[in-house]
Design a protein around this ligand. Structure first.
Ligand code: AMP
Ligand code: DBH
Length: 540
C-alpha cells in the first residue's frame, strides 16, 4: 500500500508537470544519473573514507538486498536515527530504492520523539547508532519491538551485542543482486520530513519523489553547484536545509562531493574546509557567530570557501554584514521549511539585499502572500503572516485532518506561522512569528509539547513556555510555572523532563515560578505579556 498523503488538486498537478517541475522521476535517479556520467567521482568523504558514486550506489543496493532478504518490503516505513556518517545517505538511498519510506530523526532526538514517530509510521525497520545513549544497549530497541509488533528488524551503526551491524549490511557480498528495485512511484511519498512543530504531537511531512526532486534540482541551480562543488555538511544531515537546500542531495545531483562534519564547531569545520578544499557550507546563525569569532581569533583563512549559506533562524543584519570580511566568502541567506517553500538570496544579488533579506522563492510558481489577522493580503512592506503554495509545498501533514484544517487555508495555502514583510520586488524579510514555537538557534520545537509534559508533574498546576532573547542563540526558552509546592525547583523539573526522555534542546533554559499566569480577554494564557516580562527582567 502506498503511504497516504494529501495530493495537489488535479489542475495544479497538471500545470506542475507541464511546466517541467515534476518530471515523473524517483529520487533514486539522482544516484543512477551520476553513475552513468562519472561513477569514479568522489560522492562522500567521511573521516578517512572516500566513497565514489559507484561505491555509494553499490553499497545502497547491497543494503537494500540485505534488508529485502530480512523481510523489509515496498510500502513499509522505517525509523532511522544516525549521526553525520556516510551510512546515513547509503541507508536513505537503499530505502528509496526499496520503496520503503524512512523518517530520519535528528540525532538530538530522544526516547520521547522516537517513540512518537514510531506510533505514527508503524515502522518495520529501525536503524540507530551505537553512539546514541538510546542504543548503547538493547533495552530501548527491545521495548520498541514489544510496543510495535510490526517492527521486525533492528540494524545499528556500530557494534552492539543485540542487533545487526548496519555497516556490514552494506558490504559487498558474494551473492548476485536479487533484490527487486521497487522504488515507490514518483508521484508517491518517498520519505517523511520532520516539522519543528507548533502543537503537542510532532507532525510528519510526507514528501513525494517528484516534488522533492524538483526542490533539489532547482536549489542546485540557484546555488550554482557543479561537479567541482565541495560541500561541507556540518548541520544534522537529515534536516531539510543540509539535505535539500541544496544540501547533500543537491550536491549528488550535480556530481560534486559532500564532506561530513561530526559537529558544526569551528575547530572541526575549519580543519575540514582546509583539508578538503570546501567551497560551500551551510550553518545556522549561532554557528556563523562562532565561526566569525574563531576567525577573528586568528584561525588560518578559509581560502577555498566561496559561499556560506545561513538559514534556519533569523540572521541579524549586523552579523550578516560581518560574514564576507571575517570569513572571506559570500553570504547566502536561506529561509526554508520542511513543509516546502525555500527562499534564497541570489548569488548575483547586491550586498544590501543579501544582508537584509531572507531571499525570494526559488520557483516562479511559488505563490506567496502576507495576510493580516482577517486573512486579507497586506501591502508591500507591511507585516503579515506568510502563506504559500507551490509545486514542492505540501497540502497536508500526515494523518492530521484536524490540524490540517487550521494549517492550510481554503485555497490550499500553507500557513507558515512566520510574520514577514514582502518587498515590492518579492523579497521576504522574516520579522517575527505567530506560531507557538521556540526557535533555539535553528532547533525548533512546539511550546505546547513541553507545556503538556510539565503539566504531567504532580506539583505543576499551570505552565507556559515562551521564548526569551539570547545573544548567541537568538532565542532560548523560559518556562513560567504555577506550582502547588513552594519547594519545587527548576532542577527537579529539568530532571523530571529528562526522565520522560525528551530531547535536551527542548529543556527550558530558565524557570520562573509565579502565583498565576496572565490571561487575555479571551481567557487564553497571555504569552506576549510573559515574553515582555522576561525580557524586562533580563534587561534589568
Ligand atoms: P520547519 O517548518 O520546522 O522546517 O521550520 C521552518 C521554520 O524555520 C520557518 O517557518 C521559520 O520560522 C524558520 N526559519 C527557517 N529559515 C529561516 C530564516 N532564514 N530566517 C528566519 N526564520 C527561518
Ligand atoms: O529551518 C528550516 O526548516 C530550513 C531552513 C533552510 C529548511 O527547511 C530549508 C532551508 O530547506
Amino acid at each position: 500500500m502506498p503511504i497516504e498523503f494529501t495530493p495537489w488538486p488535479e489542475d495544479f498537478a497538471r500545470a506542475y508537470r507541464e511546466k517541467g517541475y515534476w518530471r515523473g522521476e524517483s529520487l533514486t535517479q539522482i544516484l543512477r544519473g551520476r553513475c552513468a556520467i562519472d561513477p569514479d567521482a568522489v560522492a562522500l568523504i567521511c573521516g578517512d573514507r572516500q566513497i565514489s558514486y559507484a561505491e555509494f550506489d553499490a553499497r545502497s543496493s547491497q543494503l537494500a538486498e540485505n534488508l529485502a532478504r530480512r523481510g523489509i518490503k515496498a510500502g513499509d516505513a522505517a525509523l532511522v536515527q544516525l549521526p553525520n556518517v556516510a551510512e546515513f545517505y547509503i541507508a536513505f538511498f537503499a530505502l528509496l530504492k526499496m520503496g520503503v519510506a524512512p523518517i530520519n530523526a535528528l540525532f538530538s532526538h530522544n526516547r520521547l520523539e522516537m517513540t512518537a514517530y514510531a506510533e505514527q509510521i508503524e515502522p518495520t525497520l529501525l536503524i540507530g547508532s551505537a553512539e546514541h545513549a538510546l542504543f548503547l544497549d538493547g533495552a530501548y530497541a527491545e521495548a520498541l519491538t514489544k510496543s510495535f509488533p510490526m517492527l521486525r528488524l533492528v540494524a545499528i551503526h556500530g557494534t552492539t551485542a543485540y542487533a545487526e551491524n548496519l555497516a556490514l549490511l552494506t558490504e559487498p557480498g558474494d551473492e548476485a543482486f536479487g533484490f527487486n528495485q521497487e522504488s515507490s512511484a514518483p508521484d508517491q511519498v518517498a520519505f517523511f520530513q520532520l516539522s519543528g512543530g507548533s502543537t503537542g504531537v510532532p507532525k510528519l511531512i510526507p514528501r513525494t519523489h517528484e516534488d522533492y526532486y524538483y526542490s533539489v534540482r532547482r536549489s542546485a541551480e540557484v546555488c550554482g553547484l557543479t561537479p567541482q562543488s565541495r560541500y561541507l555538511c556540518a548541520l544534522p544531515a537529515p534536516h531539510n536545509f543540509p539535505l535539500s537546500s541544496p544540501g547533500a542531495l543537491g550536491v549528488f545531483h550535480a556530481g560534486g562531493t559532500v564532506v561530513l562534519a561530526r559537529d558544526p564547531s569551528p575547530q572541526t569545520c575549519f580543519d575540514l574546509i582546509r583539508r578538503h578544499e570546501i567551497d560551500i557550507a551551510a550553518v545556522v546563525p549561532p554557528i556563523a557567530s562562532l565561526w566569525i569569532e574563531a576567525a577573528a581569533d586568528g584561525a588560518a583563512p578559509l581560502a577555498t570557501l566561496k559561499l556560506l549559506q545561513i538559514g534556519g533562524a533569523r540572521l541579524g543584519d549586523a552579523v550578516a554584514r560581518r560574514i564576507p570580511c571575517a570569513l572571506g566568502c559570500r553570504l547566502q541567506q536561506v529561509f526554508g521549511m520542511a513543509e516546502g517553500l525555500v527562499n534564497y538570496t541570489r548569488l548575483d544579488d547586491d550586498e544590501e539585499r543579501i544582508f537584509t533579506t531572507q531571499g525570494r522563492p526559488m520557483c516562479p510558481d511559488d505563490e506567496i502572500k502576507a495576510v493580516n489577522a482577517e486573512g486579507e493580503r497586506v501591502g508591500p512592506g507591511e507585516v503579515g503572516e506568510l502563506l504559500t503554495r507551490g509545486p514542492y509545498t505540501i497540502r497536508g501533514y500526515y494523518r492530521s485532518p484536524e490540524h490540517n484544517a487550521r494549517a492550510f487555508d481554503a485555497e490550499g495555502f500553507y500557513r507558515t506561522g512566520d510574520l514577514v514583510q514582502i518587498t515590492e520586488d518579492g523579497y521576504v524579510k522574516v520579522v517575527g512569528r505567530k506560531k507557538d514555537q521556540i526557535n533555539r538557534g535553528g532547533e525548533k520545537f512546539s511550546a505546547e509539547e513541553i507545556e503538556n509534559l510539565l503539566l504531567t508533574h504532580e506539583a505543576v498546576m499551570d505552565a507556559a513556555l515562551v521564548s526569551m532573547p539570547d545573544s548567541l542563540m537568538g532565542e532560548k526558552s523560559c518556562a513560567y510555572i504555577v506550582a502547588n509546592d513552594d519547594d519545587l525547583q527548576a532542577l527537579a523539573l529539568r530532571k523530571y523532563l529528562r526522565s520522560l526522555g525528551v530531547a535536551d534542546f527542548k529543556l527550558p533554559d530558565r524557570f520562573e515560578f509565579v502565583g498565576q499566569l496572565p490571561v487575555t480577554a479571551f481567557g487564553k494564557i497571555d504569552k506576549q505579556t510573559l515574553r515582555d516580562r522576561i525580557q524586562t527582567k533580563l534587561n534589568a
